[in-house]
Ligand binder design. Structure first.
Ligand SMILES: Nc1ncnc2c1ncn2[C@@H]1O[C@H](COP(=O)(O)OP(=O)(O)OP(=O)(O)O)[C@@H](O)[C@H]1O
Ligand SMILES: [Mg+2]
Length: 251
């Protein structure tokens, strides 16, 4: 499979604190990669580099190169609206906007320039089906999205991310605020979708990573320590420290 995102020697500093010390890794199309590592190691920081979400933070300096397909995303020519349509994001806390389910999903479509009502209707249904929540809420599309349960809200957010037909979806601990049943529903959803999208997911849940990811990356203190297929990483990691982390010997 071909490489869709390629990161080369990415360093990121918040003021004079360097949080990423040169991250080089490639992501293949239609694979699900888990980013693992102890709190504060730079997982979210790196994830946000991939669709330039760190641009909005003051005093951030980034060097190195990230390519999405053939485009250097840090080139001044990059259109951020385009980039974030191609590389969507789902956060830890479900973050639906305080309006109807329908308008939550239509919002991103309108931003992407889609005005045709029929096409919007079709995308709303398609994306809610992909996020495995259509059956539960199809009669409540006009209800405020924030009135649903946490797990339902997170699936609405996944639908919102998918509706614009991104190629890559970044997920930052998408299930850590959810109960076990909702978490497993999200996992199931991602498993069903992973042949159609490229997912890059931060998680602290090692079992979750081993259940659903194809590739696993282990970060520590701003470095990528080890990266490989999930089965190799869990069964025969190259480094003792990776083995210790993946076996839960430290967190
Ligand atoms: N906006 C910011 N300003 C300054 N420092 C920051 C900022 N965001 C993160 N950091 C620092 O950068 C380092 C990496 O943080 P990051 O949030 O990427 O870690 P993480 O691996 O996602 O951790 P967690 O698992 O707790 O979410 C930490 O030392 C953190 O304190
Ligand atoms: Mg984080």
């Amino acid at each position: 499979m071909s490489t869709i995102i390629s990161s080369k020697d990415v360093h990121l500093s918040y003021g004079n604190f360097e949080a990423l010390h040169g991250i080089t890794m490639d992501f293949k199309q239609n694979e699900l990669t888990a980013l693992l590592g102890p709190s504060g190691c730079g997982k979210s920081t790196f994830l946000r580099c991939i669709n330039r979400m760190n641009d909005d933070i003051a005093n951030v300096e980034i060097t190195g190169k990230i390519k999405f397909e053939d485009q250097n995303i840090y080139s001044p020519k990059t259109d951020l609206v385009w980039l974030r349509k191609e590389v969507g994001m789902v956060f830890q806390q479900p973050t639906p906007f305080p309006f109807s389910v329908y308008n939550n999903i239509a919002y991103g479509l309108k931003l992407a320039g889609i005005k045709d009502k029929e096409l919007i209707d079709q995308r709303v249904e398609e994306s809610l089906k992909q996020a495995a929540i259509w059956r539960e809420i199809k009669d409540d599309l006009n209800k405020n999205a924030q009135s649903f349960s946490g797990g339902q809200q997170q699936r609405i957010c996944i639908a919102r991310a998918l509706a614009v037909h991104p190629k890559v979806v970044l997920l930052d601990e998408p299930t850590s605020a959810l109960d076990p049943i909702s978490s497993s529903e999200i996992e199931e959803t991602l498993l069903n979708l992973k042949n159609d999208f490229t997912f890059i997911m931060v998680t602290h849940n090692l079992q979750q990573a081993s259940r659903i990811s194809d590739m696993t990356a282990f970060f520590m203190n701003g470095d990528l320590v080890e990266y490989g297929t999930t089965s190799d990483m869990f069964m025969k990691p190259q480094k003792q420290i990776t083995s210790d982390y993946l076996n839960g010997r430290f967190g």
